[in-house]
Design a protein around this ligand. Structure first.
Ligand code: SAH
Length: 253
C-alpha cells in the first residue's frame, strides 16, 4: 500500500495522528527533504528504508515505489504541508493508476494555515474578505496568464503567495498594479511553526526590503490583505440576535 502523507508545515508535532502512525508502521519512507522536518523520521522503525526525494527524479521515486509495492511493503510518500498544494502528487498518482496500484492520501496542515497561526490571523473576516487566493509568482514553473497576481489583486481578497520569496520586488509591483494600495498590510512568514520561524509584518510596498533586512530569501509565505489589520464586522454566527440551527436568537427589545 502506498500513502501520500502530509507532513505538516514544519513543527514535528503538527503532523496528523494518522500520518504519524503511518510513518511508524512504514517499511519505506520517501520524504521531500527540501522542506519536511527530518525530525519526523525519528518515528520510523529501525529497519525502515528512507529516501530523500529532493535528490531524486520522478522516475527514481516511482522505481522505489514500484519495487516496494511488488514486495508487499508499506510505503509512505511524505510531502510538506498538505500534499494537494504544489506537491507534484498527481503525476505520481497517475503512474500508480496506470499500473493498477492502489494508494491513499492522508492530509496534512498546510503552511498557509501555519502562517495564519503565526500571525494570529483570520483570513476570512466579515466585511473585509471572505475569500483566500492561494497562488504564486511565475518562476521556472510558469503560471497561466489568466492567473496573474495583478488579476487576483483586483479582488482585494486575502492572498497567500507561495514560492515567491525570491521575487518580492516584482510581486509588490504586480499587487499594486492589480489594485492593492501600497500601504495594504502584508507579512512575510519564514518557516512558519519551525523553531526558527520569523514573522515580519510590513505593507505591500515594503515586502522586499522587509525580507532583505532579515535575510529571508526562501521558505516563506507572503500574506496580503486588510484582514491583517484594521476594522471588520462582528460575525453573524455568534451575534445574540441571530438565529441558527442550534440557537434561538434573542431580540434586542
Ligand atoms: N504543500 C506545501 C507547499 C509546498 S511548496 C504546503 O501545503 O505548505 C513549497 C513552498 O511552500 C515554499 O517555497 C514556501 O513558499 C512554502 N512553505 C512551505 N513550508 C513553509 C513554512 N513552514 N513556512 C513558510 N512557508 C512555507
Amino acid at each position: 500500500m502506498i500513502t501520500f502523507v502530509g507532513a505538516g508545515p514544519g513543527a514535528e508535532d503538527l503532523i496528523t495522528v494518522r500520518g504519524q502512525k503511518l510513518i511508524q508502521e512504514a517499511d519505506i519512507v520517501i520524504y521531500a527533504g527540501s522542506l519536511v522536518n527530518p525530525g519526523l523520521l525519528s518515528e520510523c522503525r529501525e529497519d525502515c528504508q528512507i529516501y530523500n526525494s529532493a535528490k531524486m527524479t520522478l522516475e527514481e521515486v516511482m522505481e522505489v515505489m514500484l519495487d516496494g509495492q511488488e514486495k508487499g511493503r508499506k510505503i509512505v510518500r511524505l510531502h510538506t504541508g498538505d500534499p494537494c498544494l504544489y506537491g507534484a502528487i498527481r503525476e505520481q498518482m497517475d503512474e500508480l493508476e496506470k499500473r493498477g496500484i492502489p494508494y491513499e492520501v492522508c492530509p496534512g496542515v498546510s503552511s498557509f494555515c501555519g502562517a495564519a497561526a503565526a500571525l494570529n490571523a483570520e483570513y476570512t473576516l466579515p466585511g473585509v474578505s471572505q475569500s483566500v487566493v492561494i497562488t504564486r509568482m511565475a518562476g521556472r514553473t510558469p503560471v497561466p496568464d489568466r492567473e496573474s497576481i495583478a488579476s487576483f489583486a483586483a479582488h482585494q481578497a486575502t492572498m497567500v503567495i507561495f514560492l515567491s520569496t525570491g521575487m518580492l520586488r516584482e510581486l509588490s509591483a504586480e499587487l499594486i498594479r492589480g489594485g492593492y494600495a501600497p500601504e495594504t498590510p502584508a507579512a512575510v512568514v519564514y518557516k512558519a511553526t519551525w523553531p526558527e520561524e520569523k514573522v515580519l509584518r510590513c505593507t505591500v510596498e515594503t515586502l522586499a526590503q522587509t525580507a532583505e533586512a532579515e535575510g529571508v530569501r526562501k521558505t516563506a509565505l507572503i500574506v496580503v490583505g486588510n484582514v491583517l489589520e484594521g476594522e471588520y464586522e462582528r460575525s453573524k454566527l455568534y451575534d445574540p440576535s441571530f438565529t441558527t440551527e442550534y440557537r434561538e436568537g434573542k431580540s434586542n427589545e
